[in-house]
Design a protein around this ligand. Sequence first.
Ligand code: DOR
Length: 423
Amino acid sequence: MILLKGGTVVNPKTGLHGKKDILIDENRIIKVDDLIEADQDVQMIEVNDLYIFPGFIDLHVHLREPGFESKETIYTGSRACAKGGYTSVVCMPNTKPALHSVEVIKQLQSIIEKDSVISIFPAGAITMDIAGEVLSNHDQLFESGVVALSDDGRTTMNIEYMKKAFTSSRKWNRPVMTHSEDHEVTKTLKESIFPTTAESDIVERDIALCREMNGILHISHVSTQKTIEAINNAKIEGVEVTGEAAPHHFALSSEKVDMSSTLSKVNPPIRSEEDRLKVIEAIKNRTIEVIATDHAPHETASKERSYGDASFGISGIESAFSVSYKALVESGEIELDQFIEMLTVNPARIARLENLGSIEPGYLANIVVVDLKQDVVIDSDTFISKGKNTPFNGYVGKGEVVGTIHHGKVVYSKTNGRNYVIG
Ligand code: DOR
């Protein structure tokens, strides 16, 4: 048994925000109360002056296994997630082979079982090899345990396949997670930044198809004003659509970073200051309900190329909390409770992850301990992830994850120095 004593618990699902002790037995939370006495067989962890949140849930990470182990593995990626405070993540299907069949999902699940220190839920590919040409077997994928359908990394341009995906989403009560990018537009633009309409036009198409098929749609990495307007209008109409934003889209803008650096090359691109402010406004008014990292690790060599040839993506899971807390809460844009809601209960609801995203008796004991007073200088040399590709190097974030508990077990703990222990 573990007793977390003296921390300030923020748990948006139950509206709790105050000092409480938490008792954990095996993998579950069994008690949350003002003062819990420690029995002899209890391991007491003093968390005075620290904040306690439900383990964070990321709906959008690339963990690269199988096939791209030089970029990331389940072993390194899951430990990087634990260091970032994440205890549950949805991994995207652009692996090799893609997560497009029962065989590949089973292979991945056995690697997760062996190597992961957190919970990893796969998203199954809408089409074989995410190539957009042959539909995958959605029923079999859901039966094997995927929590969403997505061709992320690419957009499914074939309208009939998207309709099938939305039909499957309603049948299985799970979302289609779309990467919104019009490949007809972007394939001609190797050296230049993709325009905002390449995103928003496809979002509008997908919302229309979702409405027609009565599907469930979650729009990944929303980065621009017209996408936000489309989501907002669809919500008003009653279409089941949600959206997520990535830290680099609300903390950075093209006016603030070196856009010619391959470290800033990401898809969708870092946008203008005007778009950045619109993303923050959409977070404030809850059009965007989730923060998701789009953690996209790459080996250094694939970024040390000409701009046009370099890989897209930012290794973001270890900097996400301090970057986001600084940009959204310390800056006064939103309250701490809404921020934590976006990292816990909202993603759990959208991906239908049961018994996750809340600190209450009966729930799985996934908990993160954070020192909100700590400044954090982002330094990719300290990343556990194999991907050191970040435009945030040197950025001073706020709030440091000092401990992560997954299923009742300490999987990350920062000690006084810069050392950490992974269980
Ligand atoms: O920048 C990106 N990188 N965007 C994506 O959608 C895919 C990702 C990757 O897989 O590297």
